[in-house]
Write a new protein. Sequence first.
Length: 376
Amino acid sequence: MRNQYLPPLVSLAAAISLATAGCQKSAPPPPAAIPVEVAPVLQKDVPVQSEWIGTTEGVIDAEIRAQVSGYLLSRDYQEGKVVKKNDLLFKIDPRPLQAQLDQARGDLGRASAQLQKTKQDVDRFTPLAKTGAVSQQELDNAVQANRAAQAQLQSAAAAVEKAKLDVGFAEIRSPIDGIAGVAQAQIGDLVGPADPKPLTTVSQLDPIRVSFPLSEREYLRFQEQINKLAAGNGGPPTVRLQLVLADGRIYPADGHVVVTGREIDQRTGTITIKGEFPNPENAIRPGQYARVRAVTDVRKDALVVPQRAISELQGVMQVAVVGPDNKVQFRIVEGGPREGNLQVVEKGLSPGDRVVVEGLQKVRDGVVVDPKPLTE
């Protein structure tokens, strides 16, 4: 009886085995390696730059003011254009000033005549006093009157000279070669020495100066060089300045320090430094915002990576390091100064480590990558 039912049982087991085998799925293939571009961690000497915020100013910024009061008759220069020394800038109505000069000359004539009269009195009374024809008191009075007349003549002569100067001041001329600014007074305005604003400003712009603050600690660091510069025996400038304009462009000509302030500002803890830059085409104008850079140190055998290899989140810097097995490991690093598109790494990397530069957004910790050398 058992042999009679064996074949059906074997057939059932075989069918179950085949069904089970058909339901099993093949294992998924491993994920493809992510293509990335990597760069090695290099070791090199890196110059360390310091940077300060500054403003530009002319070597000379001459404020042009009226030295006499009067109505403005004309503006005789083109605003924003180059003017030469002694070029006429403005004219003030000279007629009241000329009248004052004529009056001063009349006073001078009267003083001269009075002096002549008192001198004649002294000459006449002197021999008469010896003979008793006039009293000694009368002679003394004549002498004193003559001295007063001499003083009056000197005062009148000085008044004439002042009136001449005032007439000359009716023509306002440039004291220097430079760029003349926009006029702050218009024709017909009553101007004078008490005006709060100048008529205009003339600036000498070649070279151009940049004023920037240096902290007290930085001043102490560079004190020896600054003192040599101030004494005039420092030789050629040892620290070259670089100017970065407001739009990010680097000014093509280097500059150097020319002036150091007298004292530390107690409010800010800084001392004012002035640098000079060639400006032959007057491209830089006074009042511009600028950043001043200078190489102040050299970091020996520093570890550097491309700036793009570093990602930063909430102030924490990290890089993706590719190990020998092509697996990615994210490391937190401590950044240092920059040199161009390279970033100094103080801690977290070793020479020869490979860091992901291109494809950084596609990787995560532990993934396998297909590293290629950076093409740039």
